[in-house]
Design a protein around this ligand. Structure first.
Ligand code: ARG
Length: 217
């Protein structure tokens, strides 16, 4: 068993690189997903029928198709138009576009969870609609939105593993490299699982800490 462990130990740089890529993909996708998701949620809540419909179609379509297909579609589809599109860029674009649909719903439900009485009270006190949104609705909505955004982060750490199919060097991809190099099928997968779990578990704990601070402040 000593030999076995030594074999895996000597491949630690693969796993380290994989962790780095997985985190880069996740952070970037959540960041752009949040920007696009905010836009989509506002479009969906808007009175404008066209904007509303575009947002609904986008959100439903993205959530109703597999991320795996979306990743391949962006890589081969966009890659056909833009020559030599790096797999990493395609992977990040697809994951961000996917995440935006889920984040849009997180933000929408966060805003809709604020009772109409809050808005009515603010308006009857003479606040403008804009100020009501800014000082009454949004601050309360954020208390529901932050934790859900944290969950999306945890989800993407795991779900981003699908970008390995287009050759992005994330943790899952590196794990497969180690499998081929060592002729060992199970041990690399076990190590990958443990690493994924450490990442999601510690992030969840960290987010719980922030959440508790938020509820006291
Ligand atoms: N496996 C799911 C799918 O293919 C992943 C969805 C991504 N989820 C998310 N919250 N961004 O549809």
């Amino acid at each position: 068993t000593t030999t076995k462990n030594n074999t895996m130990m000597s491949y630690w740089t693969y796993f380290a690189k994989g962790i780095e890529y997985t985190l880069i993909i996740t952070v970037t996708a959540v960041f752009f997903g949040f920007i696009l998701g905010t836009l989509l949620s506002l479009m969906r809540l808007s009175e404008n029928k066209l904007l509303h419909s575009i947002a609904v179609c986008y959100i439903e379509f993205i959530r109703g198709t597999p991320l795996m297909v979306q990743v391949m579609f962006v890589y081969f589809g966009v890659g056909a138009v833009i020559q030599s599109l790096p797999a990493l860029v395609a992977g990040i674009i697809a994951t961000a576009l996917n995440s935006a649909a889920y984040i849009a719903e997180v933000i929408r439900s966060g805003i809709e969870s604020i009772p109409a009485g809050q808005t009515e009270a603010a308006r009857s006190l003479g606040m403008t609609q804009k100020d009501t949104y800014r000082y009454v609705v949004i601050p309360q909505a954020l208390k529901n939105i932050w934790p859900a955004l944290g969950n999306e982060f945890v989800t993407l750490i795991k779900e981003s593993s699908i970008v390995s199919i287009i050759g992005v060097g994330d943790l899952m991809y590196q794990t497969q490299l180690v499998q081929s190099a060592t002729y060992k099928g199970v041990m690399p997968l076990f190590i990958a699982m443990v690493i994924y779990f450490i990442m999601t578990f510690s992030l969840s704990k960290l987010l719980n800490l922030f959440e508790r601070k938020l509820n006291h402040g």
